[in-house]
Ligand binder design. Structure first.
Ligand SMILES: Nc1nc2c(c(=O)[nH]1)N[C@H]1C(S)=C(S)[C@@H](COP(=O)(O)O)O[C@H]1N2
Ligand SMILES: [Mo]
Length: 372
């Protein structure tokens, strides 16, 4: 074996994630674990698996579906129960839903630029969001055979990765129609980086609730406190009072935000073109999207995709930009009347950036036509 092949083989096994993460499709945040989707390569209504963002706190575990099992246990069920991979595929109705997953830390770098601070944590631009068709079994169908006790109130999935990621969800959310134990993503068995053999999909909530590589589900009659609802994925700051053992309120449903499908800064030609983007409002519906160029008026950017609860919408508008430097602003409004604000409330860990972004756009001078 040549020295070169040895190095290639070594670096291949040292990789912490499994799928390729080419720079044409994904933004490397530098942790080796976390890759965002390039905003100008988001694909169609669904994000293709080859570019779906990855957010993992530890290397992707390689799990064998043949020996894997998922247990349901805790003082909130009458007796523990365990399912094999085949049980999940064969014993329960399979459900498919299109849902968006977004990391609570998405846009952290832009939040930092807004407030003049460098937040700790994964240095996300705008790409920690993606939408897939998830196929699997309703979580409530898996809880029911274990016999929920009348006092059961919290359901805590646990991952089989090195950190045993855990994040409780209240029973009502756990039993929602669209809270799934997903086995497939966009019609393929779940890829290793996205939680094979099975992950939770908690519609409209921060990505951290959608635990990957499920191994165990605890049902509890008591509130559960774990790092992901006491010190991480909580809002810490003067606007956010501490909550029992937690340093601040735990993030649940995500607030409305939007994305322009252009690089940052964008470079455009001075010709008629369609500007496209997405908006997502967590558990709410996106009601409208508006855009503004420089100091011009706010105008409607029509929504052009089907509206699916818990999934992003796509919007677009036509623009013939003049050469020079421009600022493009977009603001989405949800069906509860919430509009993206002008500034994001300060919180120590830089979560939930939703303020209107000033997207820099440089428009090239027109091409000179060469006359003979
Ligand atoms: N077991 C486990 N589940 C996890 C995580 C993790 O590190 N370990 N990361 C969470 C976070 S913070 C997010 S944003 C989503 C990302 O899902 P994705 O990598 O499929 O995009 O997974 C969540 N589930
Ligand atoms: Mo996340």
């Amino acid at each position: 074996m040549s020295a070169r092949t040895t190095t290639a083989a070594a670096s291949a096994t040292d990789r912490k994630v499994v799928k390729p993460t080419p720079a044409e499709l994904m933004e490397d945040t530098g942790t080796g674990l976390d890759y965002g989707t390039r905003p100008d390569r988001m694909g169609g209504d669904l994000t293709p698996i080859d570019r779906f963002y990855i957010r993992s706190h530890a290397p992707t575990p390689r799990l064998d579906a043949a020996t894997w099992a998922l247990s349901v246990e805790g003082n909130g069920v009458r007796g523990p129960i365990a399912y094999s991979y085949a049980d999940l595929w064969n014993r329960f109705p399979l459900v498919s839903v299109v849902r968006t997953i977004e990391c609570g830390g998405n846009r952290r770098v832009l939040f930092g630029e807004e407030v003049g601070h460098k937040f700790d944590g994964t240095q996300w631009g705008r790409g920690a969001i993606g939408t897939a068709e998830w196929t699997g079994v309703r979580l409530r169908d898996l809880l029911e055979p274990a016999g929920l006790t009348p006092g059961a109130c919290e359901v805590m999935p646990e991952g089989l990765d090195e950190i045993k990621a855990r994040r409780p969800v209240p029973l009502a959310k756990a039993c929602a129609d669209d809270t799934l134990v997903a086995l497939a993503m966009n019609g393929e068995a779940l890829p290793a980086d996205h939680g094979f053999p099975a992950r939770l999909v908690v519609s409209g909530w921060l990505g951290a609730a959608s635990i990957k590589w499920l191994g165990r589900i605890e049902v509890s009659e008591d509130p559960l406190w774990v790092p992901w609802n006491t010190e991480d994925y909580v809002l810490i700051g003067p606007d956010f009072p501490a909550d029992g053992p937690s340093r601040g309120p735990a993030i649940t449903a995500l607030p409305v935000a939007s994305l322009v499908e252009l690089p940052w800064p964008a470079r455009l030609r001075p010709e008629p073109q369609m500007i496209r983007g997405r908006a997502f409002a967590g558990e709410n519906r996106v009601a409208s999207v508006q855009y503004r160029i420089d100091d011009g008026p706010w105008q409607d950017a029509p929504i052009v995709s089907p509206e699916t609860p818990g999934a992003w919408v796509r919007w677009e508008f036509r623009w013939t930009p003049e050469p020079g430097e421009h600022t493009l602003r977009v603001r989405a409004t949800d069906d509860q009347g919430n509009t993206q604000p002008d500034s994001t409330p300060w919180n120590e860990l830089g979560y939930l950036q939703t303020s209107v972004l000033a997207h820099p756009v440089r428009v090239e001078p027109p091409l000179r036509t060469v006359t003979p």
